[in-house]
Design a binder for this molecule. Structure first.
Ligand SMILES: [Zn+2]
Length: 392
């Protein structure tokens, strides 16, 4: 099966001698064992992470214990010094930050770093920093954006300029992305469902094109929303925008793998998009030395094979005239028994129902990805920001 799903060209191909044309054979029902790849499929994100990965932090600077004055009442253990040249930059809970009261009776506290002597507001680095707007109004406006109201609609409801709403969205989305990155790591899951859905971002109105047309038109343009969910806890692992290509599949699986705890190999469930197989194999593969077939001649070359624990199944849907006519399940890596054993813990069959439900929610909450909407986003960035908001 895997062999049939493999791209016919590219790095993964192996050379075979030309076979003589034989009369058509009856196809055997047993799936052929996966022959393995002669090269490890490259992943740009992995290589990049290898080169400029996050450096492990050095030793934390010593904890500052204040002996003078009355004990401090305000908890500043979650703030850090924002001055990049300070020794305590980025470190929390080391006692270098002191609350300094509200300057000029403003709503926000001033904080003081006793190490570098710098002063900064407690809102430093948040979307509330330097805004004259009442915090509640900003929070409600962002909440309305996250619920799927368009930018202009939010601007009308909250009586602000649309450009202001856009600026809020951009800032909050940055913050939301950082928030997800900070909190979502070392996740332990048993299953992951992956899917991609198309988004119409430019002049095409969704109601007027069929899915098939849109897919054909968008296959070449970077307008796909990729999402991954743990169906057991319904945790949305990651969400991204990109085209529907191998490179994007590689990058997306890379994101999911980064989020999982080391050594955690869940059961992956996807639709029939063939590039997932290569992408999964890139991150969950190993070199295997095949056994010698003959006593003489060169030893066979090592093959890149799926890691022993990798389980991967596809749900292949056949749609004819916009109607679902057939659903087939295909186990690509691992055995059907092993896949069913993982699913049996929840009493489920092979399915991608949960991620498909998420797709509907995304369409509901991200105005530009909706099915019959006139809110259209100008580009990929706009959708990415709205998605970051929805994710959080
Ligand atoms: Zn400092």
């Amino acid at each position: 099966m895997l062999h049939a799903a493999w791209p016919s060209q590219g790095t993964a191909t192996q050379r075979r001698p030309v076979e003589p044309i034989l009369p058509p054979r009856k196809r055997s029902s047993d799936p052929k064992p996966f022959p393995g790849l002669t090269r490890k499929p490259p992943c740009a994100a992995c290589e990049q992470a290898h080169e400029h990965g996050p450096q492990p932090p050095g030793c934390p600077p010593p904890r500052i214990v204040s002996t003078r004055g009355r004990p401090r009442q305000v908890d500043t253990s979650f703030h850090f010094c924002p001055k990049a040249n300070c020794d305590y930059w980025g470190w929390v809970g080391l006692g270098n930050i002191r609350a300094n009261g509200h300057p000029n009776g403003g709503p926000w506290r001033q904080l003081h770093c006793t190490s570098c002597g710098g002063y900064f507001q407690e809102t430093h680095g948040t979307p509330l920093h330097g805004k004259r707007v009442v915090p509640e109004r900003l929070v409600w406006a962002v909440g309305a954006l996250a619920e799927g109201l368009g930018i202009r609609a939010v601007a009308r409801v909250f009586e602000v300029d649309p450009n202001t709403v856009l600026a809020w969205l951009v800032e909050v989305a940055d913050h939301a992305a950082a928030f997800s990155q900070y909190f979502l790591h070392d996740v332990r899951v048993t299953q992951v469902q992956l899917d991609e859905l198309f988004a119409l971002l430019s002049a095409v109105k969704t109601g007027e094109v069929s899915d098939a047309e849109a897919i054909q038109r968008l296959s070449r343009s970077p307008h796909w929303v990729w999402a991954a969910i743990d169906p057991v806890t319904k945790l949305l692992l990651t969400i991204d925008v990109g085209d529907r290509t191998l490179a994007m599949a590689q990058g997306f699986v890379h994101q999911v793998v980064q989020m999982l705890a080391p050594g955690c190999v869940p059961l992956f469930l996807t639709d029939g998009f063939k590039e997932y197989t290569t992408a999964l194999l890139t991150h969950y593969g190993q070199w295997v030395q095949p056994a010698r077939q003959r006593a003489q001649g060169p030893a066979p070359k090592p093959r890149w094979m799926p890691a022993p624990g990798l389980l991967y199944a596809q749900v292949v849907k056949t749609v004819r005239r916009r109607r679902l006519v057939r659903v087939r399940h295909r186990v690509v890596c691992g055995t059907l028994e092993a896949v069913q054993q993982v699913l049996a813990a929840c009493g489920w069959q092979i399915n991608t129902a949960f991620i498909e439900r998420v797709n509907l929610s995304i369409r509901q909450h991200v105005a530009a990805v909706g099915r019959r909407v006139i809110t259209l986003c100008k580009g990929e960035d706009g959708v990415r920001q709205q998605l970051a908001l929805y994710h959080v």
